[in-house]
Write a new protein. Structure first.
Length: 139
């Protein structure tokens, strides 16, 4: 499990509502749907950061903490953990903020890695000034 903090960490990169079409036979939302929202959120952040296209190369440490139900408003928070030559490692947390009378709860978390790619899909080097920007922000 990632850090046991009690409020979202990182940038709000995507917010959406779980719909009936996203559920399995028992009425809970498919884990795959949640993972795809996380992937989109991470890609949005990685592409903004690296100023270009990114592709997902790995998904690690996925933990589904609480089931998501139809009508839940989920918020995906993304935080860059590490920037390499071509890769960006990202912590992605999903919080359910459906019920405004109660504090939001973390429902899923994971670590995704994206690779910066060019228009042909070949990896590209992340600019040095962006790496420095990240290091300054992180310290
Ligand atoms: C992304 C892609 C172009 C990378 O090319 P590649 O030759 O495989 O790249 P490399 O093996 O040199 O790895 C590139 C970076 O990813 C990192 N990486 C590779 N495999 C990894 C893994 N399993 N987990 C985490 N990072 C990984 C490498 O360490 C390297 O990081 P660095 O440059 O910051 O040091 C290629 O793998 C690809 O096209 N994959 C398919 C992507 C895709 O279709 N994703 C799903 C839909 S978006």
């Amino acid at each position: 499990m990632l850090d046991a903090h009690i409020s979202p960490e990182g940038t709000l990169s995507l917010q959406t509502i779980a719909m009936p079409a996203d559920t399995n036979w028992s009425g809970d939302v498919f884990g795959g749907w949640i993972v795809s929202q996380m992937d989109l959120a991470g890609a949005i952040h990685a592409e903004r950061f690296s100023k270009g296209r990114c592709a997902t190369i790995s998904i690690n440490q996925m933990t589904f903490l609480v089931p998501v139900k139809v009508g839940d408003v989920i918020s995906c928070y993304t935080k860059i953990l590490k920037v390499g030559n071509t890769s960006i490692q990202m912590q992605i947390e999903v919080w359910d903020s459906h019920d405004s009378s109660r504090p939001p709860k973390r429902v899923t978390e994971g670590v995704f890695t994206f690779v910066a790619v060019d228009v042909k899909g070949n990896k590209r080097t992340i600019a040095e000034d962006l790496k420095q920007q990240f290091l300054q922000h992180a310290s």
